[in-house]
Design a binder for this molecule. Structure first.
Ligand code: ADP
Length: 311
């Protein structure tokens, strides 16, 4: 499988020594729908700024579809369509002109640029707004125009920074549908988000970033089930049975003196103790092992609740 993106020990230290990105290694396969999930300030925008060559890296390597951003900067940039968080249109330029000009930045001849711009207007359902200036467009239309502009040079990788932050549920769903269609049509998509639900509904793979570091990565479904479980560590009396099988629990680690079991969050431990007893396993002590992923998800959920309470 071809790699759409490869980051090796990517690092960004801002003036004053603040490390926003602390040596990230990351691979995204071609065709993937990938979420970089993390709370505000985690380093998501910095990471995509580095990938898109908008921010200068402190060290590390970036390859976009095999093009190194240091040695093949233009080729790497051509593979990327970037949708920034904030609208940054020229407010006096009609939609069609915005797209034609954008194609011009990539050296696409005006005739072809017009064809591509028309194609993007069709794709994003903006044909009847071709002569409209951004300030006369609704929020949802502006968002579609941002995506159209990012797609006008037919990039293989579309990167979106918080595509649905602060938008209403209707626009969010419409954006999700649109992104799904683009992905099905072959565009690799990477988006940043601080909405767990967005990563869960949309993406196949996810990397979780916190304090400038990737704390977990994998398939969205695997990570969610892992985060929704608690791990308990049992210290056992030395003569534990050789092979232990527990019906409803996942054993992460087992030795003569130690057992680590995953228990779905909120599930009673009584049945687990009963099973251990049938095996004659004597528990000396037990503790809850919080992992970084759990801590992270709990923080995200707490933030979500705080936001909902203030809404
Ligand atoms: P996110 O996109 O996940 O919200 P950012 O990548 O924007 O996070 O920021 C990561 C950290 O880097 C934050 O603590 C932010 O304050 C800091 N930061 C971002 N830009 C700059 C800058 N130009 N100078 C100094 N610090 C910055």
């Amino acid at each position: 499988m071809q790699k759409a993106l490869e980051l090796k020990q990517l690092r960004k230290t801002y003036e004053g020594g603040f490390e926003a990105v602390k040596g990230i290694d990351l691979t995204v396969e071609a065709g993937d729908f990938f979420a970089l999930l993390g709370p505000n300030g985690a380093g998501k925008s910095t990471t995509i700024g580095l990938i898109s060559s908008l921010i200068t890296k402190t060290s590390g390597e970036i390859e976009v579809f095999g093009h190194n951003t240091d040695t093949e900067t233009e080729a790497a940039k051509r593979c990327i369509g970037l949708v920034p968080q904030e609208f940054n249109f020229n407010s006096f330029e009609p939609a069609l002109e915005i797209l034609i000009h954008q194609a011009g930045f990539y050296g696409i001849h005006r005739h072809e640029a017009r064809e591509r711009a028309e194609h993007c207007l069709d794709m994003l359902d903006l044909q009847d707004k071709r002569k409209t200036v951004p300030m006369k467009l609704s929020g949802g239309m502006k968002r579609r125009l941002m995506i159209a502009r990012a797609m006008v040079h037919a990039p293989r990788l579309l990167i979106l920074d918080e595509p649905t932050a602060g938008v209403d549920i209707e626009i969010r769903r419409a954006t999700w549908d649109l992104l799904q269609k683009l992905n099905e049509a072959g565009t690799t998509i990477i988006l940043t988000t601080h909405y767990l639900e967005e990563a869960e509904s949309l993406c196949r793979n996810v990397a979780i970033i916190d304090h400038g570091e990737i704390v977990e990565r994998g398939q969205v479904s695997d990570l969610l089930s892992k985060a929704m479980a608690e791990t308990f560590v049992f210290d056992l009396q030395q003569h534990a049975v050789k092979k232990l099988q527990l019906s409803a629990y996942k054993i992460n680690q087992y030795s003569e003196s130690r057992l680590e079991v995953e228990v779905p969050r909120g599930q009673s431990l009584n049945a687990l103790f009963a099973e251990l007893q049938t095996f004659g396993v004597e528990v000396l002590s037990m503790r809850n092992k919080t992992n970084r992923l759990e801590e992270f998800f709990l923080r995200l959920v707490a933030r979500g609740k705080q936001r909902a309470a203030h809404a």
